[in-house]
Design a protein around this ligand. Structure first.
Ligand code: 5RP
Length: 254
């Protein structure tokens, strides 16, 4: 697999093909993942189970942290009115565990949405989309009455942007969109080979220090060809469950 990286020389913009860089890719299996980090992800996921109440419609996010949550959900099958998935991968995992998955269009707004994040700050702003599901995740977060974000301490940051910002783009606009990020000194890298559940491409934008996430999200979401940026600032999390050495800390947004 190769990646394209954008650069500007002599007033022209080029997308170069580079060998795949895996430095920020999340490990695929627990064996690859640091065991302590895996345990913290599991703790955060288990803490989120307490938010499930009888009769709820539940939205389920995507990623290795949420996978621990999914693995426990069978116990709540008879309590839940409906479950909506944020990705095909999550849908498949839910079904494989005997749970029925509904479409958002058929069941209406979820009472609760549980999802992980790639980065989170004290304002409950998030970077998401490391798993490529950012657009559907953002739809579920927006539609849901309560958004509980489950993270381990490695995701907690002062300023968002160390994790490359995922951006879902319409394929024909990939280079145009990449040039818009160069203007703010971002380094867009095409996640080559990845096609989202919506048939689009992902750019991962490195080298950003996002000091005003609300403004940044609003600005770039208006760029033609961008489906959405992986910033969850205009609709932040309501609750963060952060697992660290001392257990799971619950933080509620005021
Ligand atoms: C997927 C996401 C995930 O929530 C995010 O990448 C965190 O993943 P993990 O729980 O595997 O660390 O946004 O699109």
């Amino acid at each position: 697999m190769t990646r394209e990286i954008g650069a500007r020389f002599g007033g022209h913009f080029f997308l170069y093909r580079l060998p795949a860089l895996h430095t920020y890719n999340r490990p695929a299996t627990v064996a690859e993942m640091d065991m302590e980090q895996a345990a913290r992800k599991q703790q955060a996921a288990q803490a989120a189970l307490e938010f499930i109440k009888p009769g709820m419609t539940l939205g389920v996010g995507t990623g290795s942290t949420v996978n621990y949550f999914i693995d426990e959900l069978i116990r709540y099958r008879d309590d839940l009115t409906a479950i909506v998935a944020s990705s095909r991968a999550t849908e498949a995992r839910l079904r494989a565990r005997g749970l029925t998955v509904s479409e958002l269009e058929d069941v209406g707004d979820p009472d609760l949405y549980v999802d992980g994040a790639d980065e989170a700050n004290k304002h409950f702003h998030l970077i998401k989309g490391g798993g490529g599901a950012l657009t559907r995740e953002k739809i579920l977060a927006a539609a849901s009455r309560k958004f509980v974000c489950i993270i381990d301490q490695s995701k907690w940051v002062a300023t968002l942007g160390q994790f490359p910002l995922p951006v879902e783009v319409i394929p024909m606009a990939r280079s145009y969109v990449a040039r818009q990020f160069l203007k703010v000194r971002g380094q867009p890298v095409w996640r080559e080979g990845v096609v989202t559940d919506n048939g689009n491409h992902i750019l991962d934008v490195r080298n950003l220090q996002i000091s005003n996430p609300v403004e940044f999200e609003s600005r770039f979401n208006q760029v033609a060809g961008i489906v959405t940026v992986g910033l969850f600032a205009n609709r932040p999390a309501d609750v963060i469950l952060l697992a660290d050495d001392s257990g799971v800390k619950r933080m509620d947004r005021r």
